[in-house]
Each structure stands twice: as C-alpha cells, then as structure tokens.
Design a protein. Sequence first.
Length: 232
Amino acid sequence: MNRNFVSGRSTAPVCSHIAAAAAWLAVGAALLPAALTGCGQANGDGGRSGSRSDAASDAASEDVELAAAQGPARKPARLRQAWTPTASLKPWRTIVLHHTATETGSVESIHAEHVQRRDAEGKPWLGIGYHFVIGNGHGMVDGEVQPTFRWNDQLTGAHAGSRDHNETGIGICLVGNFDDAPPTDAQQAAAAALVAELQSRFKIPRDRILRHGEVRPTACPGRLFEVDSLLP
Ligand SMILES: [Zn+2]
C-alpha cells in the first residue's frame, strides 16, 4: 500500500506547491512577491506571498511596481499550505465531526479498516472515509492534522451515513473515544484551527458544523465532545 496515497501527502516536487498556492491567490498582484522569492522561500513560508511589505523589500522590479499601481492586494480566505489539496476545490457546504471511538488510531489504521467495508451497492470503499484525521498521541502525534487522499483529490466522503452529507460535507475525525474522555488540548486547538480555516474558506455557517449524531442516529463523536468548544 502506498503510504503517501493514504496520507494525502504530496510527493510532487517543491515547485508544484507554488502552482497550488497560485490557485489560492486572487490576483497577480498578490502572487508576484512569492514568484520572485523562488521555490525554497515560497515553499517554506506559505504566509509570505500576500504580504505588501515583502513586495517592497524583495524587489524594485517593474512587475512589482505595476502590481503596486493596481491597488492593495486582496486577501481571499485561503487554507494553509499543508491543508491545500492538489485537486481543485469542491464547493463544500458542511463540516461533519467524528471520533474514532477507539483509544488509538491513525490515517493508516483507519484506512486499513475502511478499505474492507462495502457501500450499499456492495462496492468496496476506496479507503479511509474521512477528509481529515486529528491525532491524540496514540498512533499519531497529539494534535497532528493529516489530510487524507479524499481531501487531496477532493472526493466525496464515506463518513456521514447520508448521501447528501457525504457529497457536500467535509469529514473530520478526531482519534479517541469521547464517551470516555474529552479530546486532548492539542486536538481541541488543532480542530478549532482547521474548522476556522475551512469555515472561512467555504463560507460555512455555524449551523452547518455538525456532530455526526446530527446527521444520523449515532453517539459519534461522543458525549464529551462539544462542537461549541471549537468555535470562537
Ligand atoms: Zn462518526
């Protein structure tokens, strides 16, 4: 099994990240400083590309002056590079939150389980059904957020038990059994940051950030998990 396929981590060369980043930037004016810094810098700091002060310090080229003449760069909501998929974004409308209901877990272990499942038509699942997994220190680093291949390729999920929510909902699973203990502080912080970025990028209102149990009858994500605790 190809680990990178499962984790959604790209094996593409560094320069492809710039192409991906470019898709996030609304106008050429915002993109120019990143292009001028070269692969290493642009890859190393995803936050640099929209900065006006960088434009001023990096170069006095005609291109940058032209960009400045076009007015202030717009700052569209965008995801941090590690959460930016390879594929073009789908118009996600919902976030559905889950727990693994296990004490340990990882993208790989969940994938190994889900790949054995079959859908209503008897077809085997492609693999892990969630778009993101957040570790708890047992199987993954505590608070680590890993996008899966479903996010990287912007595929319909297999997590909600509802066709509509699988097609329009981003599935986020936190490792742990939150009937027994709440998420760790690091998981809480990571989930809050992820939800905030997704909410901002896709304009998802609060009432479409759902516990799995709001989509179908299930105890997931556990009685000690509070969606409101993730929100500002
Ligand atoms: Zn669930």
